[in-house]
Ligand binder design. Structure first.
Ligand SMILES: *[C@@H]1O[C@H](CO)[C@@H](O)[C@H](O)[C@H]1NC(C)=O
Length: 294
């Protein structure tokens, strides 16, 4: 067996990493709220893990993170977090992930929470993304793709503050100061299969929008308002980076997002995330792997 020298393997390995890129999307998470937000992230089962699953953003602060290729999962904002002074336990009044620490480490958001959901590099190599209010709402959030192409590569989210507008029966109120903290989904509040699209209502034909889901849809036309809201709430991009903004400035309104130019026309030549080097890299990886077997 004529195995290549270790340093040659290392050289090839580094070279392949560069050529195949292991292409990742940059997510820039910005807090434009006038309060602290603790982003939390949950990777779906079987997807590459993220370098972090939770941190704090002061008002005006942002953080850029490299998301691995083909990552899927969700991201949300936790609010009103504190560290228990005696036990050192970390918890948040909204979006808590139950980990008792700053990092969510595999914990998901306790509803109600506004969710940003992603499947990077899914069907046809497209990224699928949406903002969902299916598990309720806790703060305004906007996803803005950058330099992506194809599909319907536009901003989506829920930019209005629904905590005060929330129907009374869905409101989450701070027992201490009476402040409106979040807005529950009807499924979470009442548990009816009709609202949850479960049981006899578990198909798109049987589960219809309710007056509650329509409240969310009217306020945030691009966000998921109930489980089968796919048609108007799922967006697709190829090779994009993403900016996720909590409490986007009033100028970044849903209205201006709707009026945005079609990025397909605007960025046709944006080839920075061309996937072909990846395929070439993948091919060379396989070729070298076979070669190393002998
Ligand atoms: C975006 O494109 C996807 C895939 O073609 C489609 O399923 C979805 O309905 C479109 N979304 C909107 C909001 O038009």
């Amino acid at each position: 067996m004529a195995r290549p020298q270790p340093y040659i393997s290392l050289f090839f390995f580094s070279f392949l990493l560069i050529v195949s890129g292991g292409y990742s999307s940059t997510f820039t998470i910005i807090n434009k709220c006038n309060y602290q937000v603790w982003p939390g992230m949950l990777s779906n089962a079987g997807t590459p893990q993220l370098p972090t699953t939770g941190f704090v953003l002061q008002p005006g602060e942002s953080n850029s993170i490299s998301f691995p290729e083909s990552w899927s999962g969700r991201l949300w904002g936790r609010t009103l977090c504190t560290q228990d002074s005696t036990a050192g336990k970390f918890s948040c009044l909204t979006g808590d992930c139950g980990s008792s620490t700053l990092e969510c480490s595999g914990g998901g958001a306790a509803p109600p929470a506004t969710l940003a959901e992603f499947t990077l590099n899914g069907a046809d190599g497209l990224d699928f993304y949406d903002v969902s209010l299916v598990d309720g709402y806790n703060l305004p959030m906007l996803i803005t793709p950058q330099s992506g192409t194809g599909g319907n590569c536009t901003a989506t989210g829920c930019v209005v503050d629904l905590n005060n507008a929330c129907p009374n029966e869905l409101k989450v109120i701070d027992s201490g100061n009476g402040e409106n903290l979040a807005c529950r989904s009807a499924c979470d509040a009442f548990g009816d299969p009709e609202y949850c699209c479960s049981g006899a209502y578990a198909t798109p034909d049987t589960c219809k929008p309710s007056s509650y889901s329509q409240f969310f849809k009217n306020a945030c036309p691009r966000a998921y308002s109930y489980a089968y809201d796919d048609g108007t709430s799922t967006f697709t991009c190829a090779g994009a980076d993403y900016v996720i903004t909590f409490c986007p400035a009033p100028t970044t309104s849903q209205k201006s997002a709707n009026g945005q130019q079609n990025p397909l026309a605007a960025h046709v030549s944006a080839g920075s995330h061309n996937t072909s080097p990846y395929f070439i890299g993948g091919f060379i990886t396989i070729a070298v792997a076979i070669w190393q077997l002998f």
